[in-house]
Design a protein around this ligand. Structure first.
Ligand SMILES: Cc1ncc(COP(=O)(O)O)c(C=O)c1O
Length: 408
């Protein structure tokens, strides 16, 4: 019989990995308190307010604005920055759609650029090359928790007078040179959707040290209101992006575990770096030495097919999952999404910008292509296991590599 679990062999991983979302009696208590207080919404509440302050402080920011999700955090940030029709915002091609759709929501054009071949984060040289007189902002994505090159991006943004936004949906508690992400530019945005590093099922936050931006963004997230003013005065266009008290209450508890969980994920991932390097054809995402802590939303690695008997990424994932090791495919390149190929995105634009040729869509994006179709992600709950779990992940991967011929 084959050694591979997919072909009837014994699984590499016998017992289960930690479950996610994790909760205990503290979440139960927090929810009960909200229930019994009968204050379930943000405006008169204390839980979401408390969370905003604690999360911002944890990341070294003066301000936190909790919102309904990570996509909303980007949308409110665009509005808070005054991004509007005719503007351009530089965005990596390799990311979740929200990074670009938030720019379109502001009626501006997301200009897609390729990513770094080792970290899979936005390539600063390509950012520089994509700047035009219409460029207003750069959105960096900290892929899988690994910060983009914040030294270079900060320098480019300040030299060209552009706003730097950190889409930190994967990177709660990640650090660059000892400083937590989200505070290197004007704003950092985070998601609390179910798979994220702390969660309330859905949710998001914007953090910032820019007082002027904070006033704008907070107002946008609350129907254009201003703190201290009459409830029915609306000073600018805004919408209702407020986070409920239920979510604020849960997130306070989740935040109390973040530091310890991040340490565990970071350490386990370094062990995986050492173990996986021994397996032919596996190249883990690089850890830049300036990344002093990686939140590790995922452990990302490249699989060289040649060392796996030409196995497709889909089949590789199937084989690993059968071994009891959760792993998944990556994001498709944004420029390949239907909305960019069929021209639908243009409906969000106006004037000359809606009609002209967008040259970036004709580019090749070779690194994103490789990252999208050839990398595999081990999701973060597995990284909360112990050392033995990491050895089992490596053993499972080694087994798939040795026996790949049987699957090809
Ligand atoms: C990089 C990135 N940005 C933004 C988001 C949007 O977050 P949400 O799902 O909370 O809207 C996600 C969600 O997965 C993401 O991965």
């Amino acid at each position: 019989m084959s050694a591979l679990a997919l072909l009837g062999g014994k699984k590499a991983k016998g017992n289960a990995f930690p479950v996610w979302p994790y909760y205990d009696k503290n979440e139960e208590q927090a929810l009960k308190e909200v229930l019994e207080s009968r204050v379930w919404w943000r405006t008169p509440g204390t839980k979401t307010l408390e969370f905003e302050r604690a999360f911002a402080e944890f990341h070294g920011a003066r301000h936190g604005i909790a919102v309904t999700n990570g996509t909303a955090a980007l949308e409110v940030t665009m509005a808070g920055l005054g991004i509007t029709a005719g503007d351009e915002v530089i965005v990596p091609d390799f990311t979740f759609v929200a990074t670009a759709s938030a720019v379109l929501f502001a009626n501006a054009l997301p200009v897609l650029v390729d990513v770094d071949p080792e970290t899979y984060c936005i390539d600063p040289d390509l950012v520089e090359a994509a700047i035009t007189p219409r460029t207003k902002a750069i959105i960096a994505v900290h892929m899988g928790g690994h910060p983009a090159d914040l030294d270079r991006l900060k320098q480019i943004a300040s030299r060209k007078r552009l706003a730097l936004v950190e889409d930190s949906a994967h990177a709660h508690a990640s650090e660059w040179r000892g400083q937590r992400v989200g505070t290197f530019g004007v704003a950092g945005t985070f998601s609390f959707q179910s798979s994220k590093l702390i969660t309330a099922g859905e949710g998001g936050i914007i953090i910032s040290n820019d007082d002027k931006f904070e006033v704008q963004a907070r107002s946008v997230h609350d129907c254009g209101r201003m703190p201290g003013e009459w409830f029915y005065s609306h000073f600018r266009y805004g919408s209702n992006y407020r986070l409920s008290e239920w979510q604020g209450a849960i997130l306070n508890v989740q935040l109390s575990r973040l530091d310890e969980q991040t340490k565990r994920r970071h350490q386990n991932s370094r062990l995986l770096d050492r173990l996986l390097c021994e397996i032919p054809g596996i190249t883990p995402q690089k850890l830049d030495e300036r990344c002093t802590r990686n939140g590790q939303y995922a452990y990302i690695f490249h699989v060289n097919k040649k060392e796996f008997a030409g196995l497709s990424t889909e089949r590789f994932i199937e084989a690993m999952n059968a071994e009891g090791i959760p792993n998944q495919a990556s994001y498709p390149p944004l420029h390949k999404l239907h909305m960019f190929r069929n021209g639908e995105y243009r409906k969000r634009l106006s004037g000359k910008q809606a009609k002209e040729k967008h040259a970036f869509l004709g580019k090749k994006f070779p690194v994103t292509h490789k990252a999208a179709w050839e990398t595999v992600w081990i999701p973060q709950p597995a990284l909360l296991g112990d050392e033995e779990d990491m050895h089992e992940i490596a053993a499972g991967l080694g087994k798939v590599q040795k026996n790949a011929k049987e699957l090809a």
